[in-house]
Design a protein around this ligand. Structure first.
Ligand code: SF4
Length: 474
């Protein structure tokens, strides 16, 4: 896809909007391609010209007094692409990853009624506006819990039993990384000791802990025990409100591991079916069955977990709206405390397709049906949306939403998505985010991405943590 921006400063926006319509097209900057978009400002005239395969459409708009050029051009491009493809975007011209946060800042600036009008003028669907308002209200209550010296702790375990076909995380299958796990746990403990000392010296207040990855329960019960006891011995847990460990893959869940988590007061776990359709599980490379998911869930209940989340993905390869509906209905019948519905993230790929395939909207419309059904089923069964984010390229330009029964919203998810306070992060691929509560300024400290890099550069990992002290001393 080629985008030519002529005589205006809205190129960042036009590119983002074009990518939402054509998420799999690679951006090029010259030559010719199947999709060529030209946006232009000439005196008070805006024009958009789009060629997509054999389709061609051009629209012109005459700027009026007080019109904002970027907004007017964005809308003109949106209208042109929408008419040409026969497709509308649920979030209109909004491309940001945090629509509820945008709603929050817009409401603060102009009040609810005008914020709604603004979202409508950005072509956001009414049902998405309602969703953003609900999430905003719920998030605000959680954000209010945080204090100036609050922080959360993230621990990265970048290993999984096998790699799912849609995975976009840094995660190694244990078949490829078995030998790395023991040294990784050893150094991760050292990093946690180091971070714990810094947090204590700075007088920071720990609100939530989140073990993610990867699949943390890929570790053995003994390794989990070592990590959790390191945290217990090196952090002040007296203020801790929530302790989550993802046990995402049911094929990693054992009674011994669950008991280890329980003995350190882990308060929330996530067992992620993604789907209850075994054919779909097979198609996406998850080497477990839906029966194993239910067994793992029942085992967790038996061990005593009373706050369990389940993740699902709309739009998985070979899944259908009907089968997705059955998955959601099964989840509702199991009654976990929270259910998170993700929308499949698309990976860019250079591939050839026919014009008919290019304009085929079936998959997008199926994803939309799935997301709509999950919203309806969640509301009808007492789950409310409490956190939401979007990815830059996702099937149908839809959102990922966390739903929870009252009292079971995941605090960490909200703190992290809202960037409410500092997140100190340990492990490969982890990113520490330092937040100045007065100025809202954020600084990041990156750990090495892959486990072998983390192991080979561990001294550097520790020395970068000095940035935390520097940040709080400024
Ligand atoms: S379980 Fe999650 S992190 Fe692991 S491979 Fe699958 S998608 Fe990636």
């Amino acid at each position: 896809m080629i985008i030519k921006n002529i005589n205006h400063d809205a190129s960042y926006h036009t590119e983002k909007i074009a990518v939402m319509f054509f998420p799999l097209e690679k951006l090029k900057f010259d030559g010719d391609d199947n999709v060529v978009i030209e946006t232009k400002k000439e005196n008070n005239l805006l024009s958009v010209r789009v060629k997509a395969y054999s389709r061609l459409l051009e629209k012109i708009y005459e700027l009026k007094e007080n019109d904002d050029v970027t907004h007017s051009l964005s809308i003109l491009l949106y209208d042109t692409l929408s008419e040409l493809t026969g497709y509308t975007l649920p979030w209109g011209i909004l491309y940001g990853v945090r629509p509820a946060r945008l709603m929050h800042s817009t409401v603060e600036k102009m009040g609810v009624d005008n914020a709604v009008k603004k979202f409508l003028s950005d072509k956001v669907e009414q049902k998405k506006i309602d969703l953003a308002l609900s999430v905003m209200e719920r998030e605000n209550k959680i954000i209010a819990l945080s204090r100036d010296n609050s922080f959360s702790l993230y621990v990265s375990i970048p290993f999984c039993p096998s790699r799912c076909s849609y995975c976009s995380f840094v995660s190694h299958s244990i078949a490829n990384a078995k030998d790395l796990i023991a040294p990784y746990v050893e150094l991760l403990c050292k990093e946690l000791v180091h971070i714990g000392k810094i947090a204590n010296d700075l007088g920071l207040r720990l609100e939530s802990i989140y073990f993610g990855g990867g699949t943390p329960t890929t570790l053995s019960a003994e390794q989990l025990d070592i990590l959790l006891s390191t945290i217990e011995g090196n952090f002040d847990l007296s203020t801790l409100r929530e302790y989550t460990v993802e046990a995402g893959r049911p094929d990693t869940v054992t009674e011994a591991k669950l008991n280890a988590l329980m003995s350190y007061n882990v308060s929330r776990i996530s067992i992620n079916p993604q789907t209850f359709n075994d054919d779909v599980l097979n198609a996406i490379g998850r080497r477990h069955t839906s029966a194993q998911t239910i067994d793992a869930y029942e085992l967790a209940r038996k061990v005593g977990f009373d706050n369990i989340n389940m993740d699902f993905i709309a739009g998985l390869n070979t899944d259908t709206p009907e089968s997705f509906k059955q998955s959601i209905d099964t989840a509702v019948s199991l009654a976990p405390e929270s259910i998170t519905v993700h929308n499949l993230a698309l990976k860019s790929a250079a591939f050839l397709c026919t014009e008919n395939e290019f304009f085929d909207l079936t998959e997008r419309s199926n994803a939309s049906k799935m997301v709509d059904y999950s919203y309806k089923a969640m509301i009808e069964n007492g789950y409310n949306p409490y956190y939401m984010y979007r990815q830059s390229k996702s099937l149908g330009n839809l959102e990922n939403v966390g739903y929870a029964k009252d009292g079971f919203d995941c605090l960490y998810n909200v703190f992290m998505m809202d960037e409410t306070h500092t997140v100190l992060a340990a492990g490969a691929g982890a990113v520490t985010k330092l937040k100045n509560p007065q100025t809202a300024h954020i600084e990041r400290i990156y750990n090495y991405k892959y486990p072998y890099e983390y192991l080979n550069n561990f001294d550097e990992v520790l020395s970068r943590k000095k940035g935390i002290i520097d940040f709080y001393s400024e």
